[in-house]
Design a protein around this ligand. Structure first.
Ligand code: GLA
Length: 387
């Protein structure tokens, strides 16, 4: 049990609601290690659950109201029941807990009538580290914990979180974020074959390190570019006569590419080659060949940059700077793209001073220091406290 964290959030809960929480759950953010936009195309992806978290505390309330508060929101959302609509503006974050609560019905899980909920987090929002999935899964575990029903198993938890995001938040994401959050384990990467989906774990080499360089550029998932790429991939699959782009090998795509517009061909080329890179990365990790893993990460970035076109000048520049550093194995944009963060896989010898120097060089160009975070792998979403 994570007692210190639980005591802290329980105190904040008492200050907000005047009662003690009944359940506290914690869910990790995630880094997309490799497999950019492969998930909703039926491919494979490698993610890592990270030691930055969202905590959700809940308790039933006798008024039968749905009350949502967050340490990052200025005021509480207080509802007499399902409003039947989506929030916009400053309350938009409440779509996540509300969407999870609505999804309980869709998944035939008990739906508590009224509860108080408090969210706290040390996970930067908008960095492409999936604060959304962490919020969904921590909410699902905490609110489900209010009923006496059997625990939700991780596959169902991931599916429920994704369902809430697709249907009630309105983002057509794949299973990467929720799957990594539900199956993560310290010292491991999560491999997801997204067609099943089937989840497994690959040991993360103990001599390698993960660094995040967050550009602080807006990461515009909901603003449509993510949905546009998703649609382009579906259109390319239709033109190629396959259900999902990951149904094709690179050789098959080469033969069939003439059927596609140049935009659709670039999208398909990225997805099909990226899918192959994920498999190569698994093999290289199993052989502890970190130089090869690093080359695959950087190749993934160049493919996002040139073919999927979901990178930005700031992300490209960070990858250029990191790629030329002798203690960096490889670097790539991580997550949806269009802003957000670069992931670097480094040797032990890469220091906070090296990271700061890269940040300084980046700021010369971007006029803004990136936020640098040295991350570690962490365990999956779980209930950490019961009152
Ligand atoms: C976001 C989505 C994921 C995945 C990545 C891109 O993080 O939520 O499902 O599609 O983008 O790989």
């Amino acid at each position: 049990m994570h007692t210190a964290e639980a005591i802290d959030i329980a105190e904040q809960f008492r200050q907000t609601y005047g009662q003690s929480p009944a359940i506290i759950a914690r869910a990790p953010g995630r880094v997309e290690f490799i497999g950019n936009h492969t998930d909703y195309n039926g491919g494979a992806v490698l993610g890592v659950a990270i030691n930055r978290f969202v905590w959700v505390a809940t308790a039933p309330n006798s008024a039968g109201r749905l009350r949502f508060a967050s340490d990052q929101a200025t005021h509480m959302v207080d509802l007499p029941g399902d409003p039947g609509t989506r929030f916009t503006g400053p309350e938009v974050w409440a779509n996540y807990p509300l969407g999870v609560w609505r999804s309980f019905l869709d998944f035939n899980l008990p739906q508590p009538a009224g509860f108080d909920l408090l969210v706290t987090s040390d996970l930067p929002a908008g960095a492409g580290l999936s604060s959304s999935a962490a919020l969904e899964l921590a909410t699902a575990l905490a609110v489900h914990g209010l009923s006496n029903a059997a625990a939700i198993e991780p596959g169902q938890l991931a599916a429920l979180g994704r369902h809430a995001e697709n249907k009630y938040v309105g983002v057509p994401c794949g299973i990467l974020d929720q799957g990594t959050c539900a199956f993560g384990r310290a010292g491991h990467l999560v491999h997801i074959d997204c067609r099943g989906p089937a989840f497994s774990r690959v040991p993360f080499p103990s001599s390698a390190h993960l660094w995040i360089f967050h550009t602080r550029e807006k990461h515009a998932l909901i603003d449509g570019l993510y949905a546009e790429r998703h649609r382009e991939c579906e259109e390319a699959a239709v033109s190629l006569g396959v259900r999902l782009l990951a149904d094709l090998t690179p050789a098959q795509l080469l033969v069939a590419e003439g059927k596609l517009s140049s935009t659709h061909a670039r999208r398909a080329r990225h997805v099909v080659a990226e899918q192959a890179r994920v498999q190569e990365a698994v093999a290289a990790l199993q052989q502890d060949n970190l130089a090869a893993v690093g080359r695959l990460l950087t190749a993934s970035h160049r493919s996002s940059q040139n073919f999927f076109e979901n990178s930005t000048a700031a992300l490209d520049r960070l990858v250029d700077l990191l790629e030329s550093h002798p203690a960096v194995f490889g670097a790539r944009l991580t997550g949806g793209g269009f802003g957000g963060a670069v992931l670097a896989l480094t040797r032990d010898s890469f220091t906070a001073g090296d990271a700061a120097e890269i940040g300084r060089l980046q700021a010369e160009h971007q006029h803004r220091l990136p936020e640098v975070i040295h991350l570690h792998s962490a365990d999956c979403a779980q209930v950490i406290w019961r009152g």
